[in-house]
Write a protein that binds this ligand. Sequence first.
Ligand code: BES
Ligand code: MN
Ligand code: ZN
Length: 509
Amino acid sequence: MKEIIDVELKARKVDFSRCKTDLLAVGLFSDAKGLDKLCGELNKKLDGAISQLTKLGDFKGKDETSAIVYGNANIGAKRVLLVGLGEKKKATLNTLRKAAANTAKKSVEMKAENISLALHRAFGGQFDLSTMGRIIAEGTYFGSYRYDEFVTESEDGRLDSLSVELIDSDSAKTKKLNKGLSSGSIIGKAQSYTRTLANRPGNVMHPPALAAEAKKMAKSTAGLSCTVFDEKQLAAKGMGGVLAVGSGSENKPRFIVLKYSPTSGAAGRLPTIGLVGKAITFDSGGISIKPSAKMDQMKLDKSGGIAVLGTMKAVAELKLPVSVYGIIPAAENLPSGTSYRPGDIITTFSGKTVEVQNTDAEGRMILCDALSYASKQDCDIIIDIATLTGACKIALGKYMAGLMGNDEKLIKQLQTAAEQSGEKVWPMPSGDEYGKEMKSKIADLKNIGSRWGGACTAAAFLREFVGDKKWAHLDIAGMDIFEKATEFSAEGSSGFGVRLLTSYLMSLV
Ligand code: BES
Ligand code: MN
Ligand code: ZN
């Protein structure tokens, strides 16, 4: 099976009724009075089939719903997909992104290979057309994604590619839509790449395999370089945190450093950004072992690190004029005779010592080395992303990531990027009160706090390792996975973070 479905996107000037296609998608708001111009005309050609559906209440235009009407001799489309957009006053770019994803998912399920989208039409002039092109491309990749690279016996086959055209009868509009498609495709593809690597299980995507993949990706992407430290180099550098966590596994830890240097543009004026991502390729908890139920989901504990890898790919392909480091500490957390244990005192890369009270609080043990490494590079801003705490998932659920940090402006910028990317965040504290809980009596710090506010104490621990750099922390526990498929997504990795971080970096330019 192919790693991801190829998606080909272009905008084309064509009259919707003459457009020959397997599926034509149009959007409808739930609170619209009657059908808009496009749907009204379509309805006529379809002998009133659309108004029949809405009058019967079988389709109400609600968010995350859709309905199919089959084509007839009056139109070129074999099917018309009505996509619900919810209430017009609540419409955002994410409404459009989800509608595109919903359409792509249905198309792949129906094996409709050539599809035409008129989804932008319902939004009128609310958003800029080039932005809408980008959003539709991102959504199309997102919805068409599925993970099946290890399925050798597929019952009814699947699509290898999806050919998508955005249609409008005005060529000035298709021109603008086309502009956004190329960046949207880069971002969408990078997110699908991230989802595939994250979905790979622990026996396949262990730290050395992840490092090899990072090298391979960097080699084939202009502007990227990649250095990997193996366990011997980690020892020589004194990266005690990464080594401790990785010590229980035969799959030795790796420390991956990617660098993107723009070839042109105004890089001089812009800050250099360090992205740091937790890549625990499997988290059993170690000696403080986790309960067995759903432990398989802990193959996704590398999601933050892989989101950084996908973001580096996107940033390089977008040729953004900003310098970016991608720092990915990778280890496997397993119990064995060589594992680190509760009670151990570890000397980290920063020189600070940490008393291990729970080997399942391993994310912060690898991130502390990566954050102090980042703080010693020439970056002005550090952003880390990690499936760090179950406590964050309890606090915010599966809809928003926790956002902590030490710089108001950076927090605001990330909140804006979250709105634009549809990858939502919510601010949480990580200040002195929480920091005090992380002091140890027998070392500088300990790796767990009290029972309460676990996401905040974890962030307070990380804060100790960023020196005086501006820093933000994204706790994406709960955001890394769709436990079940939704209207607009396959189950498994969400690729969360690629769109958010890329939006942030684009906003700097
Ligand atoms: N990877 C987990 C956090 C996690 C939990 C991610 C659920 C996604 C879903 C992390 O390494 C962990 O085990 N954290 C512990 C910390 C505790 C021991 C202080 C937790 O949250 O229980
Ligand atoms: Mn853990
Ligand atoms: Zn973990």
